[in-house]
Design a protein around this ligand. Structure first.
Ligand code: ASP
Ligand code: MG
Length: 416
């Protein structure tokens, strides 16, 4: 069994889905297909959810989303099939929104119930278009209820998956793929959960791990794993082959090509990961596996929308282990992930992804004990396997607010 994962760009419209179909048809052997929500659907659902949560009218935005899916489905399927694949999910989404209440205590839980619909809709359309069998991934991946960042229950998921496979053996053997969703799971108390934004790659890895798949292929709009985002940097190079470890580090620093949690389950079972272009399926792409290679060309990674938070103890006492423990606990509670950190005698700075709600939650908890400063709208750059030339190239003309270097990695935060 192989796993193919198609992201938002590869299912963004009817032409993209037809292209996906030709890639799937060119494959022989049992295939599990994991799809993301179409294009920018998840962002649209986040906006609709926020309107519903704050008691505003979301009907126009919802209609737009429904129309978009109907239009794409209609270009691929007949009228009866369109109703069959879309009505149930669209009705379900509508019902969830009606139930959404402005209760800040369970914002994240309610978010998962709504935002998960992007994948449910796209996977229904794709399953029909490729003549595969649709599988609700919530019946496969069991999780805890750490909403929006749910942790996988491996034992439950593995059992669910093998049970599912036994039911689908005949159609898989006949070359009909199983199509399921990325990003979603279900908690033991029966609620939909999500695995974190951009989490569909991780879903593909979880499924491959549990099923001991032969390989995973992530189909992207780039030629493979590159040393920089070609939308931002000119003259990028592709890594033809790279180790799990290098890739995990790049993903951790924010290389957007692969979700950071994807690599570990694959490395644990030695399952190779290919990154290939859906625009050029014959091209080689990148092979990520257990291998040795010489030092790679410097990789440039940019993370935007960063906030630099600096804490100073109010009584000018040193930043001690006790103070750090308080700060770390508050960061974890607010679900703010540290991208880089630095401390001096009386202050401690962290750079995190900006979220107005989470940052203000953090400030509420720490305000009494610490003096806080923070800047928003910043960018964090990381150069992996840096050299003098690559540092000079990236820092030129920028005012650095924080910088840090280890033997292999150079990082700095600057105004956008
Ligand atoms: N649709 C989700 C997102 O946009 C998950 C994914 O695409 O991987 O974050
Ligand atoms: Mg994506």
């Amino acid at each position: 069994m192989q796993v193919y994962k198609f992201g938002g760009a590869s299912v963004k419209d009817a032409a993209a889905i037809l292209n996906l179909r030709s890639i799937v048809q060119a494959h022989s052997g049992p295939l599990l297909v994991v799809v993301s929500a179409m294009g920018k659907t998840t962002n649209a659902l986040e906006e609709i959810f926020d309107l519903a949560f704050t008691g505003q009218d979301y009907s126009i935005a919802l209609e737009k989303l429904a129309d978009f899916h109907r239009t794409v489905a209609s270009a691929l399927l007949n009228k009866q099939e369109v109703d069959l694949v879309l009505n149930e999910s669209l009705d379900g989404l509508q019902r969830q929104l009606t139930k959404t209440r402005a209760n800040p205590d369970n914002y994240d839980q309610q978010y998962d119930q709504v935002v998960s619909y992007g994948e449910l809709l796209s996977s229904r359309i794709v399953a029909r278009a490729v003549n595969g069998s649709w599988q609700d991934c919530r019946n496969l991946i069991g999780t805890d209820n750490n909403w929006r960042e749910a942790r996988v229950d491996w034992t439950t998921s593995e059992a669910n998956l093998w049970a599912m496979l036994r039911g689908k053996e005949t159609s898989l053997a006949a070359g009909s793929p199983v199509v399921t969703q990325g990003f979603v799971g279900r908690s033991s108390d029966g609620h939909t959960t999500t695995l974190g934004r951009e989490g569909s790659d991780y879903t593909a890895a979880v499924l491959a791990y549990c099923l001991r798949a032969e390989s995973v292929t992530i189909w992207k709009d780039v030629a493979g794993l590159l040393n920089a985002d070609p939308k931002i940097f000119a003259d990028t190079v592709r890594y033809p082959e790279i180790s799990y470890r290098e890739t995990i580090e790049m993903a951790y620093y924010g290389a957007s090509v692969i979700h950071p949690k994807t690599l570990k389950p694959l490395a644990d079972r030695n399952i190779p990961l290919r990154v290939k272009s859906f625009l050029d399926p014959e091209a080689e792409g990148t092979l990520i596996h257990d291998c040795q290679h010489p030092t790679l060309a410097p990789a440039f990674i940019r993370k935007t929308d960063q906030t630099l938070l600096s804490f100073a103890s109010k009584d000018f006492s040193f930043i001690s282990e006790e103070n750090m423990a308080v700060i770390f606990a508050a960061l974890a509670q607010a679900k703010l992930k540290i991208n880089v950190m630095q401390n001096s005698a009386i202050s401690f700075s962290v750079c995190v992804d900006y979220s107005e709600r989470r940052v203000s939650q953090l400030l509420d908890v720490l305000r009494e004990q610490f003096t806080l400063h923070y800047n928003t709208g910043l960018t964090l750059f990381t150069i992996k396997n840096y050299d003098a030339a690559s540092i000079a190239r990236l820092t030129e003309g920028k005012r650095l607010l924080l910088e840090q270097r280890t033997r292999s990695t150079f990082q700095f935060v600057c105004a956008a």
